[in-house]
Design a protein around this ligand. Structure first.
Ligand code: ADP
Ligand code: MG
Ligand code: MG
Length: 208
């Protein structure tokens, strides 16, 4: 079965909780090849998202994702704020006025999120960014659509984790890490890691 507005809200809450748990890890990763604020930026943003979700009054899954998007855009800052904001906004648009998110719709939303990130940040696979986690997540989601929303999210999270891990040997070509040139190799990209962490949280929440 699909995810109702309540279940989507719970999933976004779970994502916010996960960001809290991974805040220091993401800070540490960003210290290695960036300016050390990625965990802090996301934690601030998702704390604001939790407060917005407390307000309730959402008429469908899309409106939950839309509020998440606008809150992230106005609170996260840095490179990741507009990118994650655009991702959630495009995902919201993909859901339209559906009252439940099923497998095909979840896959469509993840694909729309990737399109938004690429439209905004112009990164290609292999540039050592969140695109390296999202691109395989989209492929995995699309190949599991018929197995239901839980399977789609689990497949996306698994693929995003592998995709994030694959950024370690890469030389960054976008964002702050690209200033390091060859020295960016040998480190996990913080944004790819946070994408995997967020998708895992959504998958685990959908499985409850
Ligand atoms: P900042 O670099 O401004 O401090 P963050 O630390 O919050 O922002 O986010 C850094 C992450 O953003 C990187 O690890 C990378 O995954 C992602 N990123 C940066 N630039 C781009 C881009 N052009 N496209 C996609 N992702 C990007
Ligand atoms: Mg940073
Ligand atoms: Mg910064």
């Amino acid at each position: 079965m699909g995810c109702s507005v309540e279940e989507v809200t719970a999933a976004v809450r779970a994502a916010a909780e996960i960001v809290r748990a991974h805040r220091d890890e993401l800070v540490e990763l960003d210290r290695e090849i960036g300016d050390g604020d990625h965990g802090e930026n996301l934690h601030r943003g998702f704390t604001a998202v939790l407060a917005k979700l407390d307000g309730g009054g959402f008429d469908g899954p899309a409106s939950v994702l839309k509020v998440t998007a606008t809150t992230l855009i106005s609170t996260v800052g840095g490179a990741a704020g507009p990118l994650y904001g655009t991702a959630f906004l495009r995902a919201a648009t993909a859901l339209g006025n559906a009252s439940e998110v099923d497998g095909p719709l979840a896959a469509k939303a993840i694909a729309a999120a990737l399109e938004g990130v690429v439209a905004r940040g112009k990164a290609a696979p292999g540039d050592k960014t969140m695109v390296d986690a999202l691109t395989p997540a989209v492929a995995a989601a699309q190949s599991t659509v018929d197995a239901g929303v839980l399977a789609v999210l689990r497949a996306a999270a698994d693929a995003a984790e592998d995709g994030a891990a694959s950024t370690v040997p890469l030389v960054a070509r976008k964002g702050r890490a690209s200033y390091l040139g060859e020295r960016s190799a040998g480190h996990l990209d913080p944004g790819a890691r946070s994408t995997a962490v967020l998708l895992r949280a959504l998958a685990e929440a959908a499985g409850q």
